[in-house]
Design a binder for this molecule. Structure first.
Ligand code: CA
Length: 241
């Protein structure tokens, strides 16, 4: 299936703590956004992606138990590494995984990286951010617009690498020919509005859209690392999985 992946350090960070990986043949796509001092965030996001890669290696038909196990393995690996490496203490990461299988899409998600689907020209955010501002929006305390510039918009309420709440949301969606999927870190969704993201995705070519989205994030200030994966389902791919 036509797919494209990009990651960019942005214009104000001194390292890129995002990680991403995909296998288009298997229909598995993953983005992680790490946090923690020094190189710790990078280590955490890479460990999360490695757990997904391992899952993909032994993958049978798409299923939620395999996704849940991969998230649990990533969480355990990160906690264990942090225990034995003082510089990594407190590190954590988001993880968003999309697994396309025939006419089904299996999503697993922790944190504020996002998965969107463009269908018939309409862009829908499928995942719900695990973030403080999302909770404030849902409680009616601030608007979605206020959330975009809220000083505490970087606080996430669920992450891998924590003893607390780290269970992924598991979401089953359908996957139609022509659907375009986007996974991204908040360096994209926080800098570029959904309407502008949709406009680029509608043009159709994942490679061109990926470049355009990175350009838009940088043009908007590039305040964070920007990572994204785009893929487009095609009728022929329905044999997969
Ligand atoms: Ca980020």
């Amino acid at each position: 299936m036509p797919s494209a992946m990009r990651t960019n350090i942005g214009l104000s960070r001194i390292q890129n703590e995002d990680s991403a990986w995909y296998d288009a043949d298997k229909g598995i796509f993953a983005v992680a956004d790490g946090m923690g001092g020094h190189l710790a965030g990078e280590v955490a996001s890479a460990m999360a992606i490695e757990a997904v890669r391992k899952m993909a290696e032994g993958a049978k038909r798409a299923s939620f138990p395999q996704l849940r196990d991969a998230f649990a393995a990533a969480n355990a690996d990160i906690l264990k590494h942090a225990e034995t490496h003082a510089e990594c203490s407190g590190m954590g990461t988001t993880l968003s995984v999309l697994w396309l299988s025939g006419d089904r899409a299996y999503l697993a998600h922790t944190g504020d990286s996002r998965i969107y689907r463009l269908r018939d020209g309409n862009l829908t955010q499928i995942t719900r951010d695990h973030s403080l501002v999302e909770e404030l929006v849902e409680a009616g305390i601030i608007t979605k617009e206020e959330a975009r510039s809220h000083p505490r918009r970087n606080i996430i309420t669920r992450a891998l690498g924590t003893e607390g709440d780290n269970q992924p949301d598991l979401i089953l969606e359908d996957n139609h020919p022509g659907d375009c999927w986007l996974l991204c870190s908040d360096g994209l969704s926080g800098m570029v509005r959904d309407e502008a993201i949709a406009a680029e995705m509608k043009k159709g070519d994942p490679e061109e859209a990926a470049d355009a989205l990175i350009r838009l994030a940088l043009a908007a200030g590039g305040l964070d690392n920007v990572t994204l994966i785009l893929c487009r389902e095609e009728a022929a791919a329905w044999k997969r999985g």
